[in-house]
Structures are given as C-alpha cells and as structure tokens.
Design a protein around this ligand. Structure first.
Ligand SMILES: Cc1cc2nc3c(=O)[nH]c(=O)nc-3n(C[C@H](O)[C@H](O)[C@H](O)COP(=O)(O)OP(=O)(O)OC[C@H]3O[C@@H](n4cnc5c(N)ncnc54)[C@H](O)[C@@H]3O)c2cc1C
Length: 402
C-alpha cells in the first residue's frame, strides 16, 4: 500500500510522475509496465481522492460517446489524437479485467455499481504490477530542467529523472489536495497558461430576478440551457437559493462575467404554436395549456409573474400577450451574479495552453522531456464522464511516448 511504503528515492529514474490522481496513476502504471523505472509522487494524505468522491461516490468513469466536441478550451480538437488512441472501450476493458461491476446511467455515462474506491484500487494495483515506486506523502519543492533531464528537490531528498509528467490536476477542492502547482511550474518555465476558472460549478443568480420563483424549491424539469453558442438539454432544479442541476453545471463551463445565459423552459417545444393552436375555438385555460409542457407550479408562478390569470381561456387572450408569454418562457435569461467558486466546482477551465504541447505525447514543445496531462491542460470536459476519459487518454498518450 502506498501509504505505508515510503520508499527512499531512487537517485535516478526514467520518469517521475507528480500527482497520484486519475491521470498520474494511469500514466505511471502504463509507463512502468512498458519497462520504465517510474517514481510517483503525491503530496496529499490519500491518493486518488477525487476519484473516490466522484459521481456521488460511484465514479462516472467514462462516457461511451467521447469525442473532442464534448470538451471546452481554446482548441478542443487538440484532444482528438489522445482520445482516439485510448478510447472509452479501452478503459472499459481495464475495468472488466479488474471485475468491477458497472452500469450505464444515461446518455452513455458509465458508473460503478458500488463504491468508486474500486477504481482507485484498480489503478493502484496496475501501478504495483509495473513496479512503480511511490513517494507518498511527499512534496516537490523545486524542479529544474538540466542537460541530462530534470532535478527535483523533494521532502524525501533529491531526484534525477530523464522525464517528468505533471499530473497535479486543477484547482477545485483544495481540501483534498488540489493545487495550482502545474500552472505555476508552466509559467515559471515560460509556457503560456489559459486563465483558470471554476467550471461545472453551481451559479449564483441575481436575487431580484429569482425572487418570483423562490417558492418553487424542489420543482424540476428538462430545459434547453445555452451560453455562448453551447446548448444542453438537461434537467433544471429550482432550489431555495436559485437554480441548479445538470443544466446549470453544463452551461457554467461557458459562462463568464458579461455573458448571458439562456433557458428555454419548453426545451425546444414550439410554445407559441401550442398557444396559437389552443386559441382556435378550444376551451382550454392558459394554465391548462402551459401545464402540458411545464410543471404546474412553475406554470402558475410564471403566469402570476406576468400578471396573467391562469384560469382565463386561451381563446380570450390576445395574440400579442400569448406571443410575449411564449417568448419569455423560451428565452428566460436570469442574470448570473457569479459562480459558487473553487470549492463547489467539479473541474477547472483553462490550464496549460494546448499550443505549448504536442498532442501525441503531451510533451511541452519548449521544454523537452516535460509533459502535462489531465486537468492541468486547457481541455475541460462536459459533465458525464468526459473529464475522467481525458485523464485516462492524456495519461496513456504521455506514457506511450516516454
Ligand atoms: C466532486 C467531484 C466529482 C467529480 N465527478 C466526476 C465524474 O463522475 N466523472 C468525471 O469524468 N469527472 C468527475 N470529476 C472531475 C475529475 O475528478 C477530474 O477531472 C479528474 O480527477 C482529473 O484528473 P487529474 O489526474 O488530472 O487530477 P486529480 O485527479 O485531481 O489528481 C491530481 C493529484 O495531484 C495531487 N497534487 C496536487 N498538487 C500536487 C503537488 N504540488 N505535489 C504532489 N501532488 C500534488 C493531488 O493531491 C491529486 O492527488 C469530479 C470532480 C469533483 C471535484
């Protein structure tokens, strides 16, 4: 077990991997199984902690339909090579070899049937199989590129390594080990970094825009949420404090101050058409028609807020008022006050700029022998297992190249 195996550092090795999270363990295991002498360094008390807390404790470890379009960043196409070389099918084969039971939840999302710690145990076993040497817990104080590789100063003494893979992840959830080490290191070596921002994060809404709906806590519906050209059909949940659920998390990755959020509460339904149809001699009330598409409580609150009487017949309501009603429901744009920040974010947007890296190996073009993988890179997945698949694939790409 790594916790108890504080090995003394090898004076020299082929590869040092910094960070024993999803990407770091995968990379160390694959490189070691290819015969490389690998040292894996982790500073936190427990390894793979984000895997353990992921997916509500069941780890949504991949998505069967992963492709570059499921990622956000300056150049999502950068991810295509690594994702193509190590696919969800490859990771599923590994999971099956370790006899970890899993199921598809929806939209290609694969979750463990039982505790996500099975994935941590699997990666640890793969590291053991390759003979990875652990330095844990251990901090890296300095890393210097030299003529024959890299020199590292660590809690456990000095290390020399031909190559270094930085797998220290992003900034979310500092309490379990997250740091900005990768970004500071990249900057110190003159590499460009895209500004880090919380992503897949709950948003805070301007209180005044939300006040009319405060009593709707618990109401959920599928909506079409959009921001900056990206659009998601996902569930939206009204809470005591605002709006939440997958719809908000997905668009949060595209939001930044000054950008508007759009919510189509009818999720693509032609509400204007529906109301026009109901006008043709039917006896239906406004509330009755809206409740065909929206939860009744939401329909009622919306009509109240628009000053419309829900009991009134659609046939007796003017065309212009119906158009306004449909328009407002399909393009609601509550103002966003900010995000809930790093402690509530699932991932980091931004990171080491992809133009600094070779897409086949994740090696820094300007610092040969140094690789950045996983969340530290400016490739951020949608909700649904895409972030882990990027961690596995980028780790694999780096490991195959060292
Ligand atoms: C609550 C939550 C739920 C999530 N659920 C899912 C999910 O279900 N599916 C999905 O695809 N993604 C999910 N994610 C995102 C996913 O966990 C990350 O994208 C993924 O773990 C990134 O892998 P990584 O190896 O790059 O970083 P990490 O897994 O974060 O690993 C980085 C490691 O580096 C260590 N480290 C940091 N700094 C140093 C340092 N200076 N020296 C040594 N070690 C260091 C850290 O302690 C950590 O162990 C979730 C995230 C959170 C926060």
């Amino acid at each position: 077990m790594p916790e108890s195996s504080r090995s003394s550092p090898a004076d020299a090795c082929d590869l040092v991997v910094v960070g024993a999270g999803a990407a770091g363990m995968m990379c160390a295991a694959v490189a070691a199984q290819r015969g490389r002498r690998v040292v894996l360094i982790e500073h936190a008390r427990r390894i793979g902690e984000k895997i353990r807390i992921s997916g509500g404790g069941r780890c949504n470890f991949t998505n069967v339909s992963t492709g570059p379009r499921h990622y956000v960043g300056r150049d999502p196409e950068f991810a295509a090579q690594a994702l193509g070389a190590y696919t969800p099918r490859d990771f599923v084969a590994l999971v099956r070899r370790h006899r970890i039971a899993f199921h598809e939840k929806h939209r290609g999302q694969l979750f463990c049937d039982h505790a996500s710690s099975a994935i941590v145990d699997m990666l640890r076993a793969e590291c053991e199989r390759g003979g990875v040497r652990w330095l844990h817990p251990c901090r890296v104080h300095a890393l210097r590129p030299g003529p024959r590789g890299f020199e590292l100063d660590t809690d456990a003494g000095a290390l020399r390594s031909a190559r270094v893979v930085v797998a220290t992840g992003g900034l979310p959830v500092a309490a379990i080990g997250a740091t900005d080490w990768a970004l500071r290191l990249a900057r110190s070596l003159g590499l460009d970094v895209e500004p880090p921002r919380p992503a897949l994060v709950p948003l805070r809404f301007v209180a005044e825009d939300f006040a009319p709906f405060a009593q709707l806590a618990g109401v959920a519906l599928q909506v079409r949420a959009s921001c900056e050209g990206a659009s998601f059909d996902e569930d939206l949940l009204f809470t005591h404090r605002g709006l939440s659920g997958p719809a908000v998390l997905q668009v949060s990755s595209y939001w930044e101050p000054g950008r508007a959020l759009g919510l189509d509460l009818g999720c693509g339904t032609d509400l204007a058409g529906l109301l026009r149809q109901a006008q043709q001699g039917s006896r239906q009330s406004l509330l009755g028609v809206l409740a065909q598409v929206l939860p009744r409580r939401l329909a009622q609150a919306w009509l109240d807020q628009q000053g419309l009487d829900g009991a009134r017949r659609v046939a007796e309501t003017g065309r212009a008022a119906l158009e306004r009603l449909a328009g407002a429901l399909s393009a609601w744009s509550p103002r966003v006050a900010g995000t809930e920040g790093w402690n509530k974010a699932e991932v980091m947007r931004g990171g080491v700029a992809t133009h600094e890296l070779d897409p086949r190996s994740l090696e820094a073009r300007r610092v040969p022998g140094l690789h950045f993988i996983g969340e530290a890179v400016d490739i951020t997945g949608w909700l649904g297992g895409y972030n882990f698949q990027w961690a596995w694939a980028s780790a694999h790409a780096a490991a195959r190249s060292v």
